[in-house]
Design a protein around this ligand. Structure first.
Ligand SMILES: Cc1ncc(COP(=O)(O)O)c(C=O)c1O
Length: 417
């Protein structure tokens, strides 16, 4: 064994991983389906679906009552909160559960907006999904808040850092930034964002939805105040998760029903939660941790993400090189070697993204998404509205063969006949 492989933690092989996902056995014609739609939502391992079913079949009750099934549900929610706290690097009392990232972000914006005055400012970025833009923009109407937008540099897929500095002022109350772009795959330098936000005395809200399946999150090293993600992007069900700094969750009063619990994190949770989805979200974290061998969950997650990140880099390097060599194909975002996720956006000359996606599915069994993915400031900046982009996203189950098949298929689409 070489020195570098001795330092590389052992995690499950790609074949072992693929065995856990029943959906990966699906065929289209003579081909096994290649799922490149992960940035829109990943497939689910059997263990996660079983946790959802277990919750619904055996522990179905509402929370906080004095009988068995209700107590069991309370335990399931506590266990998921604990798993998600390990996933995010925070404390379980800081983990707020909700329907999806978008709704949670609207909720935080509304709560914080109540504490702001007309003329207070929020900074958003063009790299962001609208879920981290529209909730802040709504405060322009509701509170007279001024929203400043940091532009994206089309050529690099990165933010314009000089403009970022200019967007800040003594009135900036919050910076809303993505950890990674769901359209271009850019990983944003959050350390730099945090320094800028701190220099203005502003809070930092991070959208980690696209980042979460690819890289290890640690809210304390990011130094943010809020961070939101969506378990359905990391092999779980359709629920949303918000981490908030404990003091803020305690001090800020969100809209809530009068009799609902008043202590964080529950004071931030509205209505009856999606109990089975939450059970599955905890199971998704445990599934990821189960790919590693270390003794404690946090360390297993460290090792697993270190390896998944490496595997993703190898896949995107191959995909980028193959697609870049095809005449008539344009690739967007940072090339491999720059901080990025294994998500690649492209266009094919003379072929609308929707049509390309339909042909890739029908003829090659490859499932890719198309459009703006609600990252509409990105496609506007690139001049690609209304048709948008074709997007190939890798997940922990993506194989070299699938990447090779994608490159061959795009080669044929770009040069038919
Ligand atoms: C980067 C990013 N942020 C936010 C969202 C919205 O997440 P949710 O569907 O949980 O509201 C998405 C969904 O695609 C996303 O990719």
């Amino acid at each position: 064994m070489s020195d570098s492989s001795e330092r590389t933690p052992t995690i499950a092989t790609i074949d072992e991983i693929r065995d856990s996902f029943p959906a990966l056995r699906r065929n289209q014609g003579s081909r096994t389906v290649g799922y490149f739609d992960a940035p829109g939502g990943t497939q689910v391992p059997a263990a996660v679906a079983e946790a959802v079913a277990q919750q619904m079949l055996h522990h179905n009750a509402n929370a906080h009552w004095a009988f068995e099934t209700s107590r069991e549900l309370d335990e399931v929610i506590a266990a998921s909160r604990s798993a998600l706290a390990d996933f995010l690097g925070g404390d379980e009392d800081e983990v707020v559960l909700g329907p999806n990232m978008t709704t949670l972000t609207f909720h935080v914006a509304r709560a914080l907006g109540r504490t702001w005055e007309a003329g207070d400012e929020v900074v958003v970025t063009e790299l962001d999904h609208q879920a981290n833009v529209s909730p802040w923009r709504d405060l322009e109407v509701e509170r007279g808040v001024v929203v400043r937008t940091v532009p994206l540099v089309a050529e690099t897929g990165d933010l314009d850092w000089a403009d970022f500095e200019k967007a800040l002022s003594s009135r900036t109350r919050l910076v809303a930034a993505t950890a990674a772009s769901n359209a271009l795959g850019t990983i944003v330098d959050l350390e730099r964002v945090r320094r800028l936000a701190s220099s203005a005395g502003a809070l930092l809200f991070v959208d980690a939805v696209h980042f979460a399946p690819h890289e290890r999150i640690d809210v304390s090293s990011i130094g943010c105040d809020f961070l939101a993600c969506s378990p359905y992007k990391f092999y779980g069900p359709h629920v949303g998760v918000l981490w908030g700094r404990e003091a803020l969750l305690r001090e800020v009063l969100p809209p809530k029903l009068a009799p609902a619990p008043d202590a964080p994190p529950e004071r931030w949770e509205t209505g009856t939660l999606n109990h089975e989805g939450i059970a599955g979200a905890g199971a998704a974290v445990d599934y990821l941790a189960s790919l590693g061998t270390e003794s404690c969950r946090k360390e297993r997650l460290d090792a697993v993400f270190a390896q998944l990140s490496r595997r993703g880099e190898a896949l995107i390097t191959r995909m980028w090189a193959g697609l870049a060599a095809i005449p008539g194909v344009t690739l967007y975002g940072p090339p491999p070697g720059h901080p990025r996720t294994p998500t690649l956006a492209l266009t094919i000359d003379g072929l609308a993204p929707a049509l390309a996606a339909a042909q890739l599915s029908a003829d090659w069994g490859l499932f890719l998404s198309h459009g703006n993915f609600y990252a509409s400031l990105v496609t506007e900046r690139l001049g690609l509205e209304p048709q948008g982009l074709l997007r190939a996203g890798c997940a922990c189950y993506t194989t070299d063969e699938e990447v090779g098949r994608l490159v061959a298929a795009v080669g044929q689409l770009a040069a038919p006949g």
